[in-house]
Design a protein around this ligand. Structure first.
Ligand code: HEM
Ligand SMILES: [Ca+2]
Ligand SMILES: [Ca+2]
Length: 308
């Protein structure tokens, strides 16, 4: 256990760096004003960090010496982004209070601020995480769900992190903002089950529209909104789309088609933005608590890209 009896709490930096949260918020706000998508990219970084060795900023380490960066894993390669914004936040924090605010906490705060800036719920972020001394490429490849995983596999991967189906469905609601590459859902458009046919759980008109910019071959990196209705607004259209057979990723649509338990939750969130926001905020706190280093474990990195 990496947790030496320590726990996270929102006031962790109140004395050691009272302006920490304000600094994070202002840099995130500037980055999101430059490019709305950055809000989505920053939320995703916290997820991809927490699912590998816990929320310890392992994702932010570049390769060097014995460290093989998680940035090269299947879920992250040509996909995870926002690292320069994290660097900018960290540089501002180092100027204000050197060696005090961890990179893992920066990720948690940036995810919350991004959600709020996009119009989503607000919550208090428990703080006091410390940064890892290493990374895990295999953990990144194995623990983070893939878009073509079955619902059962996705549920299992969440359960291994202590997250249940209420958390899974709420957190998947992050796909109310941000973009996906063609390569992440192409199979649904042309050959879902190996019989040369499109996924029957995908709306036909929507599929036709997607095929125009996501051809059978080529265009792998062409970008598409995960929520076709309101791609930069954090709202419950993601769930309304799924109910209308317009979820973009297979992993989105299966929440509605592969189990009754998750289907009921999708319907509830489609009907109540408030319930979605409440459960999302709770699930983000829960995800942010995945095996943090506290106390004397780990370190507070000076530069998020390398160990001290
Ligand atoms: C349930 C399993 C999940 C799967 C299979 C999944 C998969 C994906 C995939 C394939 C993409 C597009 C990546 C690309 O093509 O470059 C994506 C984007 C995204 N994911 Fe997920 N995801 C899952 C859960 C989550 C969770 C729990 C969160 C956050 C709490 C999240 C946040 C995001 C965001 C915000 C984007 C857009 C990023 C951007 O525009 O830069 N996802 N996800
Ligand atoms: Ca991690
Ligand atoms: Ca939306």
């Amino acid at each position: 256990n990496k947790n030496s009896g320590g726990y996270l709490f929102p006031q962790f930096y109140d004395h050691s760096c009272p302006r920490a949260q304000e600094i994070v918020r202002s840099v995130v706000a500037k980055a999101v004003a430059r490019e709305a998508r950055m809000a989505a990219s920053l939320v995703r970084l916290h997820f991809h960090d927490c699912f590998v060795q816990g929320c310890d900023a392992s994702l932010l380490l570049d390769s060097s010496g014995s460290i093989v960066s998680e940035k090269g894993s299947n879920p992250n390669k040509n996909s995870a982004r926002g690292f320069e914004v994290i660097d900018e936040i960290k540089a501002a924090l180092e100027k204000e209070c050197p060696r005090t605010v961890s990179c893992a906490d920066v990720l948690a705060l940036a995810a919350r601020d991004s959600t709020v800036l996009a119009g989503g719920p607000n919550w208090e972020v428990p703080l006091g995480r410390r940064d890892s001394l290493g990374a895990s490429l295999s953990g990144s490849n194995n623990n983070i769900p893939a878009p073509n995983n079955t619902l059962q596999t996705i549920v299992t991967k969440f359960k291994l992190q202590g997250l249940d189906i209420v958390d899974l469905v709420a957190l998947s609601g992050s796909h109310t903002i941000g973009l996906s590459r063609c390569t992440s859902f192409r199979q649904r458009l042309y050959n879902q089950t190996g019989n040369g046919l499109a996924d029957s759980s995908l709306d036909e008109a929507y599929a036709r529209q997607l095929r125009t910019r996501c051809p059978r071959s080529g265009g792998d990196n062409n970008l598409f909104p995960l929520d076709l209705v309101s791609p930069v607004k954090f709202d419950n259209y993601y769930f309304k789309n799924i109910v209308a057979s317009k979820g973009l990723l297979n992993s989105d649509q299966v929440l509605f088609t592969q189990s009754v338990g998750t289907m009921i939750l999708v319907k509830q969130y489609a009907e109540s933005n408030e319930l979605f926001f409440d459960n999302f905020a709770k699930a983000m706190v829960k995800m942010g608590n995945i095996s943090p280093h506290t106390g004397v474990n780990g370190e507070v990195r000076k530069n998020c890209r390398k160990v001290n």
